[in-house]
Design a protein around this ligand. Structure first.
Ligand SMILES: Cc1cc2nc3c(=O)[nH]c(=O)nc-3n(C[C@H](O)[C@H](O)[C@H](O)COP(=O)(O)OP(=O)(O)OC[C@H]3O[C@@H](n4cnc5c(N)ncnc54)[C@H](O)[C@@H]3O)c2cc1C
Length: 340
């Protein structure tokens, strides 16, 4: 049995693991440093009521129908299993490209990644923060913050590019100068997301499900998340998601989180004065939010070492959306299959 490790339980890692399902004599493990699946397709729960959830990262999935190619079948599969539904709620200020369709995930956007992880049949472990990757006897020895190192025949890295460059061990010297330059040229925007969770029976009286804000220095996007996902129910409290502007995100990257939260709330109150007081709040910092500059020429993946195989991918090698992650996952899986 060849042991394959996918680092990252985000969309790229989840879809890649699913594409490796059924490959003979291969056992796939997925490790993620977080406590659950999704990565930047994350869905958070209220501290008071686990049924009240909010998508703090990606909001919806866009498919350009004519240029969808093989990704169309990924989307159709998700639609047929009820993981995705067409976005029908009113979003103010949303630019809809001609020929494209938007979809929401009624059970939260992380359900897309969970679907792929389930399909993969892989052994998925959370709170596994990979720190070192070293060569030992023709295999990769992968160390994490907690627990002993483990050996793998193939390692697939799917985290944001700057986090790949933070890994220690032999990987530092294995990445050659030209690859390092290419990886270092990738850049990401930063922003904060606030999740506001309400008690059941709270009414949020606004005519929109979400809106893009263009005239506020702090807030770029507000969503009544349950309304956006078409899951209005009297038993489950509503939730609100706020995304800051990228400028606010970078200016406050190292500020005190409590102060940042207060600043965002004060801007929110001015924009939507009728918003009731939430039962709980979660403030999420996205240091690596969306790719502003991908690795040159959008290579989909990059092979760092061939025997044994060490390969990296993710939206940094394509673009920050469903299509980008699926393209990278397909390319990673193809490269792994042809090396086994
Ligand atoms: C605020 C925001 C809004 C967005 N809006 C949209 C949208 O509306 N539509 C859309 O299509 N896309 C959107 N995106 C982009 C989309 O979320 C990303 O492109 C996509 O989720 C990237 O998936 P990924 O698997 O490549 O990376 P990630 O989701 O980042 O997954 C990488 C995983 O690796 C893990 N990891 C990192 N380092 C380590 C380590 N050392 N050890 C172990 N695990 C590690 C992380 O915990 C993470 O789970 C948005 C993103 C953000 C942040």
């Amino acid at each position: 049995m060849a042991r394959v490790l996918v680092v990252g339980a985000g969309l790229t890692g989840g879809a890649c693991a699913a594409l490796l399902r059924g490959v003979a004599l291969v056992r796939v493990a997925v490790w993620d440093k977080a406590r659950g699946a999704g990565g930047r397709m994350s869905t958070s729960r209220s501290a008071r009521d686990a049924a009240c959830t909010a998508d703090l990262g990606a909001q919806y999935i866009t498919l350009e129908t004519e240029r969808a190619g093989p990704r169309r079948s990924f989307c159709e599969e998700l639609l047929s299993h009820g993981i995705l539904k067409p976005l029908t709620a009113p979003i103010e200020g949303m630019v809809v490209k001609e020929g494209s369709c938007n979809y929401v995930a009624p059970q939260g956007i992380s359900s897309v990644v969970k679907y792929y992880l389930k399909q993969s049949g892989a052994d998925v472990f959370y709170e596994q923060h990979v720190t070192h990757i070293c060569l030992r006897d023709g295999k990769w020895e992968v160390s994490r913050k907690m627990g002993p190192p483990e050996q793998f025949d193939v390692v697939i890295l799917t985290m944001p590019v700057p986090q790949i460059l933070q890994l220690q061990g032999d990987i530092v010297n294995i990445i050659n100068e030209s690859q390092k330059q290419q990886l270092e040229s990738a850049s990401y925007s930063s922003r904060y997301a606030l999740g506001l969770f309400y008690e059941a029976s709270t009414r949020i009286d606004v005519p929109w499900a979400a809106q893009y804000i263009t005239d506020n220095p702090c807030i770029r996007f507000i969503s009544i998340d349950n309304k956006k996902r078409n899951i209005e129910s009297p038993e489950i409290g509503p939730s609100v998601v706020v995304h800051t502007t990228v400028t606010f995100g970078s200016e406050h990257l190292d500020s005190d989180p409590a102060e940042v939260q207060q600043l965002i709330l004060s801007h929110l109150e001015r924009i939507v004065p009728s918003l009731p007081k939430p039962a709980s709040i979660k403030c999420q910092k996205w240091r690596y939010s969306q790719v502003t500059k991908a690795v040159p020429n959008f290579p989909r993946q990059m092979i760092l070492h061939t025997q044994p195989l060490l390969i990296c991918g993710g939206d940094g090698f394509t673009q920050s959306n469903f299509n980008g992650c699926i393209d990278s996952a397909m390319s990673l899986a193809e490269a792994v299959k042809s090396h086994l």
